[in-house]
Design a protein around this ligand. Structure first.
Ligand code: GRF
Length: 224
């Protein structure tokens, strides 16, 4: 079967990028990373990509007078590669509507909270302040509003009494590395489609996200 082509956008450490690379290397994903784009020249993820022989680009948002021109610069790199999926793996810039609409239904993000809770930044701190017992992360297709769009998989992570934002973030990140490749696999295997804006998994409407818990997908609610 033909390999799916992926473009991955990062801003930092790139541990989720590494999880995707690992999933390709161990044949969980039948895919090829066409390029990695970072808006930060110092992003450690660039070294991870280069170490795997993956082409990298830096598109520094500070070099562009507007969001639109920054987005367009990335699109000029991405479009000739004809990716099946554009992956935001810790990409910390807000994208404009034109970019999001251009890649609609093939633009996926991981966000460190149980969406719709805690959109935006400092999600772990917010979960602690609200004394949440369960926190987590969500993989979702990107909608126009920040951190919106249909969620495919969520991982649930128990909050411990002794947790700090850093310890909680670290435990959530470990789980992110499992659910992101899983959701990407569903996309590259053609199991996810969109009809009238509704996400279909294996031909059925996904009304609730799949839940990853105790190392397995434990809750699958789909309806006709
Ligand atoms: C992750 O927690 C991701 O959910 C958030 O930024 C972090 C990126 O980590 N959007 P990494 O760069 O993949 O290590």
């Amino acid at each position: 079967m033909k390999k799916s082509s992926l473009v991955i956008l990062i801003s930092g450490s790139g541990s989720n990028l590494q999880a995707i690379i690992n999933a390709i290397n161990n044949h969980q994903l039948n895919a090829e990373i066409k390029t990695v784009i970072s808006n930060q020249v110092t992003a450690k993820g660039l070294d991870r990509a280069a170490g795997e022989g993956i082409t990298t680009h830096v598109v520094d948002h500070r070099s562009y007078p507007s969001r639109e021109l920054f987005d367009q610069a990335m699109m000029q790199i991405i479009d000739p590669l004809k990716p099946d999926l554009v992956i935001l793996a810790g990409f910390m810039r807000i994208l404009g509507n034109a970019f999001i609409e251009h890649y609609q239904h093939r633009l996926i993000n991981i966000h460190p909270s149980l969406l719709p809770k805690y959109k935006g930044l400092n999600t772990h701190q917010k979960a602690l302040e609200n004394k949440d017992k369960i926190h987590g992360a969500s993989v979702h297709y990107v909608g126009i509003e920040l951190d919106s769009g249909p969620v495919v998989i969520q991982t649930e992570v128990p909050v411990r009494a002794i947790d700090t934002a850093a310890t909680l973030a670290a435990r959530v990140l470990t789980e992110e590395h499992k659910i992101f490749p899983l959701a990407i696999e569903m996309h590259t295997e053609g199991r996810i489609k969109f009809k009238d804006g509704q996400l279909l998994l294996d031909g059925q409407k996904l009304t609730e996200p799949l839940i990853w818990k105790n190392n397995q997908l434990t809750q699958v609610k789909v309806t006709d």
